[in-house]
Design a protein around this ligand. Structure first.
Ligand SMILES: Nc1nc2c(ncn2[C@@H]2O[C@H](COP(=O)(O)OP(=O)(O)OP(=O)(O)O)[C@@H](O)[C@H]2O)c(=O)[nH]1
Ligand SMILES: *[C@@H]1O[C@H](CO)[C@@H](O)[C@H](O)[C@H]1NC(C)=O
Ligand SMILES: [Mg+2]
Length: 380
């Protein structure tokens, strides 16, 4: 006569213990709950303590005293960007580079003024080099059909697409896609950290991201990922698919395509890394796979007929030609380029790195962010 309640108790006990086991195995590193995501850094995604130069945290100083990587900062700027360029450099110097003295390369399609050089040179802690971009790396190529290009721009202007009517913005995107790493001042380096005028670094960076990337065989480091405006790249993915068929030898076996497409390459989900922040290996861009890729895309004219950004071009290439583990999310680097901020959400990380940003306003899980797709892809 007590069978029914006893049966109920047994079932209840099983349910409770299964729930307990599941919550145990999913806790911390799982994506089971938003709490666990908030509380703990992702596995394999954080820079280990031994990379930290801060003696309070660091236990093995040998990594901290290794000197510099073969690396430079790079900033593309106009003379009119002077004040914002000074601001960006001051911020990265204060949070990182006064302890490392990595050089800066400043590039411009026009000669920098003496005033620009005087002001910017005053705020760096290391070497600084100023270069002009050669015309053939900047201007719209002569073979571009100007009537088609005009039609393309007019259509984007009519559609209210940001920079839709700008030729110089297109020059900039093409230059950042295919040429910055070929500039003579950049050729002497392997690694670069891209910075733009008026960006913010919200946390101390008490480790050397270049050495971390080098040791771990990384290719591309990023802090923010989001959707691209589909109106700027209507034909891009079709060309990517054609390129894959044409050059299957370039596609990495364990690539990150799964981050950018949910139907095995059929359609692009528009996710890309926000390229105003990049820490990456220029030898990857200089390699055969990317060179073939850029030449192929460039020959289609989409930098001008549409408005292809360097962000989707770099991201798709990194997703195709690199091993998935070679793409790295720098969770601990608090970064802001108007209007979006990445702020570390893990309280320990946030405190340890003296972050000045507000974690709850981090862009990571904003509706427009692609962080969810990234988490799903890497299995967090
Ligand atoms: N020398 C030069 N640099 C440019 C030109 N256009 C853009 N840049 C630089 O290229 C980078 C990207 O341009 P931005 O105007 O910041 O474009 P964005 O980041 O997409 O957009 P916002 O920053 O939101 O305006 C920045 O480092 C700019 O300084 C240009 O015509 N000449
Ligand atoms: C740095 O890297 C570049 C590009 O790979 C290379 O040409 C250069 O020789 C390297 N410099 C040093 C000091 O290793
Ligand atoms: Mg910008």
């Amino acid at each position: 006569m007590h069978t029914a309640p006893r049966y109920f108790l047994v079932v209840l006990a099983i349910v409770v213990s299964v729930h307990y086991i599941l919550s145990f195995t999913h806790d911390g590193y799982g994506r089971a709950t938003s709490i666990s995501r908030f509380m703990r850094p992702r596995p394999d995604n954080t820079v280990p303590d031994e990379y930290y130069t801060n003696h309070l945290i660091n236990s093995s100083l040998h990594i901290a005293s290794r000197g510099r990587a073969n690396a430079t900062f790079v900033i593309l700027a106009r003379n009119s960007d002077l004040e914002n360029t000074v601001r960006s450099i001051r911020r990265i110097e204060d949070r990182f580079n006064t302890r490392h003295h990595y050089p800066f390369v400043l590039l411009n399609d026009e000669p920098f003024t003496e005033e620009f050089k005087r002001r910017v040179s005053a705020v760096v802690s290391g070497q600084i080099m100023y270069g002009q971009v050669p015309r053939e790396h900047w201007e719209q190529p002569a073979w571009i059909d100007e009537d088609l290009a005009t039609k393309g721009r007019d259509a984007l202007v009519a559609d209210n697409v940001i920079y839709g009517g700008s030729v110089s913005y297109r020059n900039m995107c093409r230059f950042n896609s295919g040429f910055f790493f070929k500039h003579p001042l950049m050729e002497q380096f392997r690694w670069y950290w891209r910075i733009e005028p008026d960006v913010h670094f919200h946390c101390d960076i008490n480790f050397d991201p270049f050495l971390f990337m080098q040791d771990r065989n990384k290719v591309y480091g990023w802090t923010i990922t989001m959707y691209e405006f589909d109106k700027t790249i209507p034909s891009l993915w079709g060309h990517v698919r054609d390129f894959i068929k044409l050059h299957p030898e370039h596609i990495a076996k364990d690539n990150a395509l799964g981050f950018m497409t949910h139907d095995n390459g059929e359609r692009y989900n528009l996710c890309h890394f926000w390229s105003n922040f990049e820490i990456a290996d220029m030898n990857f861009w200089r390699g055969k796979a990317y060179q073939d890729f850029f030449e192929y895309l460039d020959s289609k004219g989409g930098f001008y007929y549409e408005r292809w950004g360097d962000a989707p071009v770099h991201s798709i290439a990194a997703g195709l030609f690199a091993h998935r583990d070679q793409l790295h999310f720098f969770e601990e680097i608090g970064y802001e380029h108007n209007p979006y901020t990445h702020c570390p959400k893990d309280p320990d990380m946030w405190r340890k790195n003296r972050c000045g940003c507000e974690p709850s306003r981090s862009f990571d899980y904003d509706g427009y962010s692609c962080m969810r797709q990234w988490d799903e892809f890497v299995g967090n």
